[in-house]
Design a protein around this ligand. Structure first.
Ligand SMILES: *Cc1c(COP(=O)(O)O)cnc(C)c1O
Length: 378
């Protein structure tokens, strides 16, 4: 895509419009149409999440529930705004927030009050953030049902799931169109990657998106008048132009990732024991969209040995994420202990992401598969 992308970059340079502007507006329209909401371009996925929570007025005295097994920023943003992150464990095989445990927490550990559901310390539960980890949507029908019963808004962390489909009770929908708010990241390693940091926040409600547009530019509207305190969360035109050029290919790239995943599945299904393959619970009409395989994550008790073996054979792999968030030093003040979220802890200890990207060849996939097979046979 070198020439196509360089042409886009040249056009932005010639326009001399480097921040926001028509390219960003066009990207917002396309992403909004993809997931069915109002999109607001932002400087990163993290900043998009901050924008959403700032627009909701989340701050001190509030609590936000999320998964302990996700990238740091999901919970980091909650803390940065002065609210308290609360963790609820994941499902053992999908690695996504468990709706049953969520309901249990809301029902057994919280108190209904006239202003809403509060924790035993008196913090108001302002949002639940399910994370569509590795490109697989959470069980959103059940999460939405539980949250609706307590009138708690849902913010989807769709950073890893652009284009993924979820067969909801009201029809098949895309990640990012399943909650009141959502956000995507275009960090270069994501399925749709920019040439630097970029992200987008999505609101189901048009007014909320309008507020986010003001907040991303210091809450300024009109010029030099500030009704709210926002920040600089603006998206560069260069990033939007690159993303717009790449977007039409997203579908075929996701399809290739899915094909690679199925090839891994076939190659590895014969491994005698001790290896768990990724769950794939949603088969939509277009089955390749039920999981977009941002990562292909296997699980084994011999994770570290397998990783070393692959490294010795010239094969890269990665651990997402080696330490669950409730075990991070910076969250020690939350007073969680080891053993509080056993499935998140097991995932941190045992999961391993294999190479997956559209340009990977079948021969390379076969080599990875055979090498893993031979590891388990020694
Ligand atoms: C990448 C990622 C983010 C943050 O996105 P940035 O664009 O890097 O700020 C948030 N949540 C998850 C699950 C991610 O993978």
């Amino acid at each position: 895509m070198r020439d196509e992308i360089l042409a886009e970059i040249t056009a932005v340079c010639d326009s001399q419009a480097f921040i926001l502007g028509p390219k960003v507006a066009e990207l917002e329209e396309k992403i909004g149409a993809l997931c069915g909401g109002w999109a607001v371009g932002a400087s990163s996925g993290t900043d998009a999440q901050l924008l959403i929570m700032m627009a909701m007025g989340i701050g001190p005295g509030d609590a936000v529930i999320t998964s302990p097994f996700t990238f740091f920023s999901t919970a980091g943003c909650v803390s940065r705004l002065g609210a308290k992150p609360i963790f609820v464990d994941i499902e053992p095989d999908s690695y996504n927030l468990d709706p049953v445990k969520l309901e249990e927490f809301l029902e057994c550990s919280c108190i209904r009050t006239p202003k809403g559901l509060v924790t035993q310390q008196g913090l108001l539960i302002r949002a639940v953030i399910p994370v569509h980890l590795f490109g697989l949507c959470c069980d959103m029908d059940r999460i939405n049902e539980v949250c609706a019963a307590y009138d708690i808004p849902v913010i989807e962390d769709a950073a890893q799931a652009i284009g993924a489909e979820y067969p909801s009770r009201t029809g098949v929908k895309r990640a990012g169109g399943l909650g009141q708010f959502s956000f995507f990241s275009f960090y270069p390693t994501k399925n749709l990657g920019a040439f630097g940091d970029a992200g987008v926040a999505v609101a189901a409600d048009r007014m909320a998106a309008g507020k986010m547009k003001t907040l991303r530019n210091h809450g300024m509207e009109p010029r030099y008048l500030h009704e709210f305190i926002g920040g600089n969360f603006r998206l560069d035109a260069l990033q939007a132009a690159v993303l717009l050029r790449k977007l039409p290919y997203l579908e075929q790239w996701s399809r290739r990732r899915w094909d690679i995943a199925q090839r891994y599945r076939e190659l590895l299904s014969g491994v005698p024991s001790g290896l768990t393959l990724p769950a794939e619970p949603y088969r939509t009409a277009c089955e390749a969209r039920g999981h977009i395989f941002h990562q292909f994550v296997i699980r084994t008790g011999q994770r570290d040995a397998l990783r070393g073996y692959l490294r010795d054979h010239g094969i890269g792999s990665e651990v997402y994420y080696p330490v669950a968030l409730h075990r991070q030093k910076c969250f020690a003040y939350l007073r969680y202990r080891q053993g509080d979220f056993p499935w998140a802890e097991r995932a941190a200890d045992q999961s391993l992401a294999l190479p997956i990207f559209p340009e990977l060849t079948d021969e390379e996939v076969d080599l990875v598969g055979k090498t893993i097979f031979s590891f388990f046979q020694c």
